[in-house]
Design a protein around this ligand. Structure first.
Ligand code: ATP
Ligand code: MG
Length: 241
């Protein structure tokens, strides 16, 4: 098991956002957490990555284990450097006044030395050819979808082996959304483990091996992607039937 979240309870101030959730991700899997607005999806990712305050949710119970070791005691900056874990946050957070290539370069700070750097630029540009065409362009001039690609590209440049994404399809037109999901599938086939947060259950379940449904801070359904697609709760609420 790569990631194991056990009875995780999380609060913002005295409001409980996660009521003791448990789930896991095996090496090489794509696992999706789906759920409506406010279900606790972003909170779950932020608890794993422990963003600095004031955004940070407070873990008040349970544990988060990576290869059996608690992440709660690990310094957040070591998550990238030592644990090869990267987050593509909701809302992208790219640097608009830097070029595409500069944004990618910036993400390499956690790596040791330059080895493999050119290969990784090539890998990003192969996955997202639009980024290569625009590599010398300021990032703020990219379309929303292209910025989303850049955010994924940047995570790859960190040298991660475990990628967590918070609604990468948000705001993307259908064609770009399918490009994005194709890219994720290709990365997974090359060995990347992926934890995917999505509101769009339809695309998420087509891509994922397994998934969990979060509802107001609780996991209410879990199973293989095929099982989840047949679950009445998911079918009714998310798959339009
Ligand atoms: N910084 C914060 N301070 C206080 N409450 C918060 C904070 N961030 C989130 N919450 C609350 O925690 C709950 C879970 O929010 P979260 O952002 O994890 O939902 P989500 O599943 O990611 O939703 P969405 O699909 O809208 O992104 C919500 O009730 C939200 O209002
Ligand atoms: Mg969210």
């Amino acid at each position: 098991m790569l990631l194991e979240v056990k009875d995780l309870q999380v609060k913002y101030g005295n409001i409980t956002a996660l009521h003791g959730i448990s789930f896991h991700v095996n090496e090489g899997e794509i696992v999706t957490l789906i759920g409506a607005n406010g279900a606790g999806k972003t909170t779950t990712l932020h608890s794993i990555c422990r963003l600095p305050p004031p955004e940070a949710p407070k873990v008040t119970g349970g544990d988060i284990l990576l290869r059996g070791q608690s992440l709660l005691k690990v310094e957040p900056h070591d998550l990238v450097r030592k644990y090869h874990l990267a987050l593509v946050p909701e809302g992208r957070h790219i640097f608009g006044n830097l070029t595409v290539r500069e944004n990618l370069k910036l993400a390499t700070y956690a790596r040791r030395g330059e080895s493999g750097l050119e290969e990784d630029y090539q890998r990003v540009f192969e996955l997202f050819p639009r980024l290569e065409e625009r590599s010398r362009q300021r990032s703020e001039s990219l379309s929303g979808g292209e910025q989303q690609m850049l955010a994924v590209g940047r995570a790859l440049m960190s040298g991660c082996t475990f990628l967590m994404l918070d609604e990468p399809s948000m705001g993307l037109a259908p064609l770009l959304m399918y490009d994005m999901f194709r890219a994720l599938k290709k990365l997974n086939e090359e060995g990347m483990t992926i934890l995917l947060i999505e509101q769009n259950a339809h695309v998420a379940l087509q891509l994922a091996d397994r998934g969990y449904l979060l509802d107001t801070g609780n996991i209410v359904v879990s199973g293989t992607a095929a099982e989840l697609m047949e679950t009445p709760e998911i079918h009714k609420a998310y798959l339009g039937g």
